[in-house]
Design a protein around this ligand. Sequence first.
Ligand code: IPM
Ligand code: MG
Length: 365
Amino acid sequence: MTSYKIAILDGDGIGPEIMAEAIKILSLVAERNDINFELMPAPFGATAYFSHGHSFPEETKAICDEADAILKGPIGLSHEESKKIPVDMQPERGALLPLRRRYNTFANFRPVFLPKGLAHFSPLKPEIIGEGIDFIIIRELVGGLYFGKKETGINEDGKRFVNETLEYDEDQIKRIAKVAFNTAQKRKKVLHNIHKSNVLKSSVLWNEVIGEVAEDYPDVEVKHILVDAAATYLCLNPGQFDVMVMENMFGDILSDQGGGILGSLGLMPSACIGPKKAYYEPSHGSAPDIAGQSIANPYSMIGSVAMMLEMSFDMEDEAKKVWYAMQSVFAQGYSTPDLSKPGADVNMISTDGFGDLVATELAKQ
Ligand code: IPM
Ligand code: MG
């Protein structure tokens, strides 16, 4: 029997609730494919800081090192609660960025997908949504401003200052460019390169390398768009996009805008792929304000499972079925309170109610 080890990092806030639904789906997939998923839970995030004194404890590192893939829930606390943790131990700086660095997960795939039938989730008008929203953001995840040199102090004039650098070398750009071109080749063969070369030197080098890599992909059309313009087009005409590639910080911002045009970040799963290891996570935060109420939709967490099945375990068909099962639960008129307002014409169910229905749909296929 095939066996895979999966590190399970629940994270904070709604993390444990939505992870439980992801595990429900994983168990069903295991059973019907005669696979053994060995789940290895490990503490991570603010919860781990309070229980283990570190937001990315050594034991969690060891478990992740051993795993074939990592499934991670959202992390973080409310602004006020965060202050109880020293700045460098806060789960974003103390756990998430070190996780990305440890496994060099440079390629972050963030699908932005809403079928036409679910257009009511989106704040955009139906005529703008047209046949639905379907593109993917490929975000460079271990370079740029996030990981560049940082300095704070007092300058010669006695003023507090900060210096943060946006760093890339050509190899870092080349490897994410290749991922983007390969993805575009499998889809509509159009790649939108997002940059800010009218101001940033980093974008000048970025665009140069994109141009060089493009020579190996003559069948892919490259369109260059300034990041600020791209933000506008995402609202006015998202249908023009299919694959978008961009540096780390631009990707952080535009992918949240992607969630915005879908109607919720709760509809945004993601995959973070490195040379040897990958981890999968919702693109959103831990939503502490709605934690523990069973009202968060587990779509982003179950979608991350689907991405893991496809990208880490070569189970593309099964992944498609998981996506399909989730869409059909929505299409039958079910929703959770985080996605739909009371009075909306939906049958409101809980987090685990949604997971149960997805499992039922999946079992039918
Ligand atoms: C994301 C998140 C993270 C990021 C935070 C939690 C550090 O916003 O994955 O988009 O900025 O990358
Ligand atoms: Mg973000």
